[in-house]
Design a protein around this ligand. Structure first.
Ligand code: GCW
Length: 935
């Protein structure tokens, strides 16, 4: 990123921007042999290499010789600039911008009011001032911009333009990007680096901001919420508002409105009020004044997004008010400025049994109570962006309320930036879902667009997958999701294949083999991902990282026992969820015989022998789909290998590496889920035999470093005959281990203890056992492990927690009761913390000391230079813990998902007492589970 001036970006036509985004472009013609020139993915699908088809090039050159624009500022100016630069590059010659028709081949931009609205456009041929012209007519400025990108798409995909005659309008009024970007630049559920916005450097803008805005505009997105719904109130502090102005101006030039996520408790956090009660007059005043101030800074701000009373966020419920009361508080303050509030319906209590029902039960009774400028933002499904869910029952349940849909472009539960999972088919399924709310044909698409209930506000938000990685999405094929999200937001009726093909041509060029292969890879990938991760609609077979398979930690979701599996959400015998749908959907979901196979285990608990409409039993389907799905990933990888030389080497190699990891992970999923279901059901696969090793228990285990431990592994024989199984652990960096064997009858299982001596220094890692049994294939599931140094080899080894919990052997207790006294090895000064014992997991991991307030531990450190190791984590999610040594921050842990732990290491010079201060992020607990200084 270079030091381009801010003004350069704000004027969409600036040469400075152009210089940046065209540099490194494939400016030279592709060689006949060998791969095209290397690219780094930074230009996404906004690449404009010279048109290689000679006939087309001639025709394009004849028809498009210069741009005529009524304006060089604002979105029309951006359109003119983009066309000039892009066509210049595509057609390999200058594409000047003029203010009037003056010679052959004008590309004329203009606006004309249209019934189809200001964002609509037409692309036609006609005559302007007597000259034959290509004409982009926008219903307004944004329309012109969208028309310009449409024309560029045609050229990028080598489409003829001789009979140009098309009219377009967006189906959804709100087409937004939602970023879960934090104030500190980290991105919640972001898998491609840190925030694209560079909050810390604002108001300074870079070329990257301009590319961002262009990317959104190119697919018709018209707004962006730049900060996380888990909102930091600092985003609306006066200093920040000033810093946001240039960003808002840049976005505005590309037709993108800026929106902000709000923290509902802002009146308390920023305003020092004692309450955030929406009925409190002081609170109302505070919001009125604050929102006026926000609009003074950014007069055309789109509005606000709020996550309230959800996953620990503050909200109106604690004051005995409703979500409508909360939303209307903000809506009322925003209304005079033309702003809106998007209020999220994602509420749940982390209770698997209730989760699917909570949002519906909370919001249905509030229908009609929301202000006109409020929109309820509803996730596509009732849970949380699982690989497949039925459409949310709130769609069609709120006829008197503005509603919009939230989709997840970032692949939180769909392989992050490792697995290829093209989500356009998933989104199309939900857009096309017929709710029957207003008779047959009442699709989700029609409801959220506002069409069904005649509402002006509605649309769609997509949680973004962009980060500051050079290629934006780390897995370069994941940018197809960003593009596809936008294209569907514009028109949910587009065909998945057309969208995928368009993106592929724009991104990788028009080589027919490359186009066909990449399009196929994209289109099949969601089904393949479903196959090896999500049997028949089961949710949450995943660890807290939402990436690693872990059926053993989420039994409440799949309910697998010895007889069957699936979550009973029926009215007759389950949690009543199916009753939320309109008929006949409710009946179809309720009755086992009519329930679609792909949602069977989302809606019903069935015996393993239950037959699907295909005639296959549920258990056999689980096996087949996992083996077939993982095998398909191998074929996908091979097909990518076959593209070598057809696309540039750099991008090819980056994605080849992703496919290698994808294949490993798909195999891990296959082994973990098939193994788990065999262990639960004891039903042999009709087509395959294997032996398997699975973790014993459902939590991370703690091993002692520097001495021998026994790791207990559960082995099973999923073959028809008796087999001898030999299990082991890999010898890794200084670890030694042995093996253990077991003879098991067909369908038998048992545990073995495998000896292992980890190296002394503390570690957090995943152990991948080995398993052999003649020629039988082995399914291998992994085991998360924390190692703690042997107490006897430490100068100090401390197990922190309650005053009575069990202690790790060789470790001394640290509890809130240890108050500092002179000469003591350690103790709290100035107040003791709290402690918790979760009662599960081993002595070191199960308990800890914690607090929301900062607390200080004084330690007597023996003479010499030492490394001090501090263990932090919990079986529940834990927020960062900050450690200060003698008043200076020396370590900060990351946000840790439930069941994850981290060792923080700091250097101390001893022969004295030192003060360690532990603190957390405001309102959240810090955690200390243990502490060690090696000899
Ligand atoms: O998908 C879940 C995520 C959380 C997220 C939450 C939400 C922003 O795991 O990280 O928080 O949903 O949508 O609010």
């Amino acid at each position: 990123m270079t030091g381009v001036t801010r003004r350069g970006f704000v004027a969409g036509t600036s040469a400075a921007v152009a210089a940046g985004w065209l540099s490194g472009a494939a400016g030279t013609a592709w060689a006949e042999t060998g791969a095209p020139p290397d690219e780094d993915g930074s230009r996404l699908w906004l690449r404009y290499p010279p048109v290689s088809d000679r006939g087309l090039l001639d025709a394009y050159r004849r028809d498009l010789q210069y741009v005529v624009t009524p304006d060089v500022e604002g979105p029309i100016g951006s359109a003119a600039g983009e066309l000039s630069r892009a066509l210049g590059s595509l057609l390999g010659r200058d594409m000047p911008i003029r203010r009037k028709v003056d010679g052959a081949g004008p590309l004329v931009l203009r606006t004309a009011e249209s019934d189809a609205g200001p964002e609509s456009y037409t692309l036609r041929r006609g005559r302007v001032d007597g000259t034959a012209a290509v004409i982009i007519t926008g219903g307004g400025d944004r329309g012109v911009l969208y028309g310009a990108f449409h024309l560029l798409r045609l050229l990028q995909t080598h489409a003829p333009i001789d009979r140009l005659d098309l009219a377009e309008r967006p189906r959804n009024p709100l087409r937004l990007a939602n970023h879960w970007d934090n104030f500190d630049g980290s991105v919640e559920r972001g898998y491609a680096g840190r925030s694209v916005f560079g909050f810390a450097n604002l108001p300074e803008l870079t070329e990257r901001h301009a590319t961002y805005a262009r990317a959104l505009a190119s697919v018709g997105l018209n707004g962006t919420v730049i900060n996380n719904v888990n909102a930091n109130a600092q985003f609306i502090a006066p200093e920040m508002l000033i810093k946001l102005q240039p960003l808002a101006a840049l976005l505005r030039n590309w037709g993108v409105s800026l929106y902000l996520s709000l923290n509902f408790a802002s009146p308390m956090i920023l305003g020092g009020l004692a309450t955030a009660d929406p009925f409190d007059a002081g609170v109302k005043d505070w919001w009125r004044i604050k929102i006026t101030e926000i609009y003074q800074a950014v007069p055309d701000l789109g509005g606000f997004l709020v996550k309230a009373d959800s996953e620990g966020q503050p909200g109106p419920i604690s004051y005995g008010r409703t979500h409508a009361d909360g939303a209307n508080l903000i809506a009322e303050a925003a209304a005079p400025h033309g702003g809106i509030v998007m209020w999220r319906a994602f509420v749940h209590d982390f209770n698997a049994l209730e989760w699917s029902n909570k949002a519906y039960e909370t919001f249905k009774p509030l229908d009609g109570k929301f202000a006109d400028n409020a929109v309820v933002q509803i996730k596509n499904g009732p849970i949380d962006f699982q690989v497949r869910e039925p459409a949310h029952p709130l769609f069609g349940a709120l006829p008197n309320t503005n509603a919009m849909m939230e989709l997840q472009v970032t692949q939180e539960y769909t392989g992050q930036s490792t697995h290829l999972c093209y989500l356009v088919p998933q989104w199309q399924e939900v857009y096309g879902f017929d709710t029957h709310a207003d008779g047959s044909g009442t699709t989700v698409a029609k409801i959220i667009s506002g069409q069904t209930y005649g509402r002006d506000l509605g649309g769609v938000a997509g949680v973004m997958n962009f980060g500051d990685d050079t290629d934006w999405t780390r897995h370069q094929l994941a940018a197809a999701n960003t593009h596809g999200y936008g294209r569907l937001a514009w028109n949910p009726g587009l065909k998945a294949r057309d969208i995928a093909t368009e993106w592929t041509r724009q991104t990788y060029g028009n080589d027919p083999t490359a186009v066909a292969t990449i399009t196929d890879l994209l289109l099949g990938s969601w089904q393949t991902y479903l196959d090896y991760t999500n049997p028949l609609g089961v949710s949450f077979l995943i660890k807290g990282d939402h990436f690693t398979p872990s059926p053993q930690t989420n039994t409440a979701w799949h309910q697998a026992d010895a007889e069957g599996t699936g979550f009973d959400r029926t009215v007759a015998t389950g949690n009543g969820f199916t009753g939320f749908y309109h008929r006949p959907v409710a009946d179809r979901f309720e009755n086992l015989a009519d329930c679609p196979d792909e949602l069977l285990l989302f809606l019903h608990h069935v015996p393993y022998g239950h037959r699907l409409t295909t005639g296959t039993t549920v258990i056999q389907h689980v096996y087949d789909s996992h083996f077939d799905g993982a095998a398909e990933v191998g074929r996908m990888r091979d097909r990518w290998q076959g593209l070598r030389g057809r696309i540039d080497v750099k991008r090819w190699a980056d994605t080849a590496e992703r496919f290698d990891r994808h294949r490993e992970q798909a195999t891990l999923w296959r082994d973990t889920i098939a193994g788990y279901y065999f262990a639960a059901s004891r039903v042999l696969d009709e087509r395959r035999s294997w032996v398997q090793v699975t973790p014993t228990g459902n939590a991370a285990i703690c091993l002692i470093g520097g001495r021998e431990n026994q790791v207990r592994l559960t082995l099973a024989n999923a073959s028809a005959a008796e087999a001898e199984l030999v299990a082991g652990l890999p010898e890794r960096d200084g670890w030694t281990s042995g093996t253990a064997s077991l003879v098991l009858p067909s369908k038998g299982d048992g545990t073995v203890d495998v000896p292992v001596t980890p190296s002394l220094p503390p570690q957090v890692l995943t152990l991948r056992p080995t398993l052999r049994s003649g020629d039988l294939p082995a399914l291998i599931a992994e085991q998360p492990v924390i190692t703690a140094p042997a107490g006897g080899r430490c100068l100090l080894a401390v197990d922190a927690g309650s005053a009575t919990s069990p202690l790790l052997e060789g470790y001394r207790r640290l509890s809130p009761a240890d108050v500092w006294a002179d000469g003591a090895p350690y103790g709290w000064v100035g107040g003791a913390p709290q402690s918790r014992d979760r009662g599960i997991a081993d002595p070191l991991l199960r308990d800890f000391v914690n607090d929301t307030r900062a607390r200080t531990l004084r330690l007597t450190v023996p003479a010499g230079d030492h490394e001090l190791h501090l263990l932090t984590g919990d079986v529940h999610d834990s927020f960062p813990t900050t450690v200060k040594l003698d008043g200076k921050v020396v370590a900060v842990s990351e946000f840790l998902l439930g069941g994850s732990f981290a060792w923080l290491t700091i250097s101390v010079s001893g022969g004295r007492t030192v003060d360690l201060e532990f603190s957390g992020v405001p309102g959240q607990h810090w955690h200390l589970n243990g502490l060690a200084i090696l000899v």
